[in-house]
Design a protein around this ligand. Structure first.
Ligand code: FE2
Ligand code: FE2
Length: 146
């Protein structure tokens, strides 16, 4: 396997945390309303921070004149909007203390993460200068996921 680039690797680690938060939520029993709310909020907190760091720190360095990068960027941004819409709907279930059904969310989230890790981030790791990459990774440190 080809060695993973620094941005790809850093974002893969982010994804692993967010995915674990979602799996933790899925494991909670339907009666444990305290933990349903708690784990949903941790998942949402980390996912929103993750999306923030992607949209404010990483996506801006994409080359919009490059058709491949532009197309992928647009698809990823659409995914983010779709993911956030689903989460808003789940929020309503949470307010009723119901355990949310995360099947569709999980499917979309995992497919989205694959697109970033297998395709988009390797493009950036390949093209960006070391200096630019360092700037991106430096800013990424400001956003810690728990
Ligand atoms: Fe993303
Ligand atoms: Fe991501």
């Amino acid at each position: 396997m080809v060695e993973m680039g620094e941005i790809t690797l850093a974002m893969l680690r982010h994804h692993q945390i967010v995915n674990k938060n979602l799996l933790d939520l899925e494991k909670v029993s339907e009666e444990d309303t305290y933990k349903i709310v708690k784990f949903f909020n941790i998942f949402k907190w980390n996912l929103n921070k993750h999306i923030f760091v992607e949209e404010e720190n990483i996506f801006p360095v994409a080359d919009r004149k490059n058709k491949t990068e532009l197309k992928q960027l647009q698809n990823l941004l659409n995914d983010h909007r779709d993911i956030q819409k689903i989460i808003d709907n789940l929020d309503d279930e949470i307010l009723d203390y119901r355990k949310p059904n995360t099947t569709i969310l999980k499917e979309l989230l995992f497919a989205h993460e694959e697109r970033e890790i297998r395709s988009f981030y390797p493009l950036l790791d390949e093209r960006l200068s070391d200096e630019k990459k360092k700037d991106v990774l430096e800013k990424l440190k400001d956003i810690k996921l728990k």
